[in-house]
Design a protein around this ligand. Structure first.
Ligand code: IFM
Length: 465
């Protein structure tokens, strides 16, 4: 059934999410220094077809046009992140005023258009200079991050921002960046992962407290990647595999943040973290989050696997299971979002959860006309939003939903191939074309979802400027 907006409370926050590295480009402009992704993408074989985020969507230069697109679409909330190396080129210390001015102007422009800014402090783009000192594996990052949060809080704290997020998906940037090595900075193994995991978890509270010290009366959350995990069979060993995968992929970071500590009983291989912890860290892991950001795209099926070290479990991919999937090979399973909202909603039943990301990549085609047809994305969004409505009806305090993402952008190691946007981006010309899904979302938000996608045809050619 197609959801309708008036099933949701008026106060419900509808929006779209983006991230600095994936959209801004301008990688070395106005005093910005390289981030780990700027350097990682120069390494052979790391990014699909050797692509890089140097220009991405050129949002740094085109943000005014893109805010205009948000306005035209009637999207009332916009999530973005702050590029650390743009505002602090040395990682700490001297502020780069030009870089900070960009975020000030962006925030002002959004507010002028009655679009609420939702900044995330950190979305994976550590300054390379800090990585050279060990990055997230070095405990000094607690001070570096404090300085970053302080700088941002000082400069942006008085501009009318109501909602902040501290980290984006710590499991992904530590797991893929410091354990598996397929994301920047490309480090591997437990010796890197365990300290990175601890320090990222400790930074949640640091960011939260520092931001609050600059601005009272704001809400601060942090965001967590999660996939609904089901066992391949009901055999005991698959049930255990699913439980471990859930502890690793879903519980590892949110549980310390809400005061439960790391789920070490289910993940004994992470016990060495105790050797890295200093006195008082147990208490410092707990943050005071006003909301939990749930970022769900799919379900995973887990099975026991004796040869996977430590975890003894593996995920059976969607293709192999013969189920419908997106271009990321992620199963399309809308109930996963419901299950994750229920699971994450239990952590702080008196506080909201917000879907800070949900969306899908499909191979969209632009034929030169003023439309891009993406019926699969429209269906994906409708079905997932219906699951949000179901969760609310079942008593989960969900207070917002953000589509990933505004426009096609740099999808990390996958380069520009997966297109997640509500807006198609022609990366050669930076021409933006609103997809049918963008029009559908716009109609849905305005309460005029007539099903007639041509009724709000909008084309914005920002390359013409
Ligand atoms: O593009 C990413 C985003 O940066 C973090 N969450 C998942 C998205 C899709 O992979």
């Amino acid at each position: 059934m197609t959801p309708v907006r008036n099933e949701f409370p008026d106060s419900f926050a509808w929006g779209v999410s983006t991230a600095a590295l994936q959209t801004e480009g301008a990688w070395n402009l106005d005093g910005k220094s390289p981030s780990v992704w700027d350097t990682f993408s120069t390494r052979k074989g790391k990014i699909h077809r050797g692509q890089h985020p140097k220009v991405a969507c050129d949002f740094y230069n085109r943000y005014e046009d893109d805010v205009e697109l948000l306005r035209i679409l009637g999207i009332p909330n916009f999530r973005f992140s702050i590029a650390w190396s743009r505002v602090l080129p040395n990682g700490t210390g001297r502020i780069n005023d030009k870089g900070m001015d960009f975020y000030k102007s962006l925030v002002d422009k959004l507010l002028e258009n009655e679009i609420a800014p939702w900044p995330t402090l950190y979305h994976w783009d550590l300054p390379q200079l800090l990585e050279d000192k060990g990055g997230w594996t070095n405990r000094d990052i607690l001070h570096w991050f404090e300085d970053f949060a302080n700088t941002v809080g000082l400069s942006l704290g008085n501009r009318g921002i109501q909602n902040w997020m501290v980290l984006n998906e710590p499991m992904v940037f530590t797991g893929a960046g410091y354990f598996l090595g397929y994301h920047a900075p490309g480090k591997r193994g437990f010796a890197n992962f365990i300290p990175a995991m601890l320090h990222a978890a400790l930074c949640t509270r640091i960011g939260e407290e520092v931001l609050r010290s600059h601005q009272s009366e704001i809400t601060i959350g942090s965001t967590y990647s999660c996939s609904y995990i089901t066992p391949k069979t009901i055999r005991e060993k698959d049930l255990i595999a699913a439980k471990r995968a859930d502890a690793l992929l879903n519980r590892l970071f949110v549980e310390p943040a809400v005061g439960l500590g790391f789920p070490l009983e289910d993940l004994p291989m992470l016990r060495p973290v105790e050797k890295w912890m200093k006195q008082g860290d147990d208490a410092r892991l707990k943050a005071n989050l006003d909301f939990i950001g749930v970022q769900n795209y799919t379900r995973e099926v887990a099975e026991a696997c004796w040869y996977v070290p430590y975890l003894k479990a593996r995920l059976v991919n969607a293709k192999k299971r013969g189920v419908p999937h997106t271009e990321m090979q992620w199963e399309i399973y809308p109930e996963a979002l419901y299950e994750m909202l229920v699971q994450f909603g239990r952590y702080q039943p008196d506080k909201p959860v917000i879907v800070t990301e949900n969306g899908a990549a499909f191979p969209d085609v632009y034929d030169g006309s003023d439309a891009v047809q993406d019926p699969l994305r429209v269906q994906y969004l409708q079905k997932h939003i219906a699951q949000v409505s179901r969760a609310i009806k079942d008593g989960v305090p969900v207070s917002g939903y953000f589509v990933w993402t505004l426009m096609d952008n740099f999808e990390w190691a996958e380069g520009y191939r997966p297109r997640f946007g509500l807006i198609y981006n022609d990366f050669d010309t930076q021409k933006r074309i609103i997809k049918d899904s963008g029009r559908w979302y716009s109609d849905f938000l305005s309460g005029t979802d007539s099903g007639d996608l041509s009724s709000r045809a909008v084309l914005m050619d920002s390359s013409a400027k």
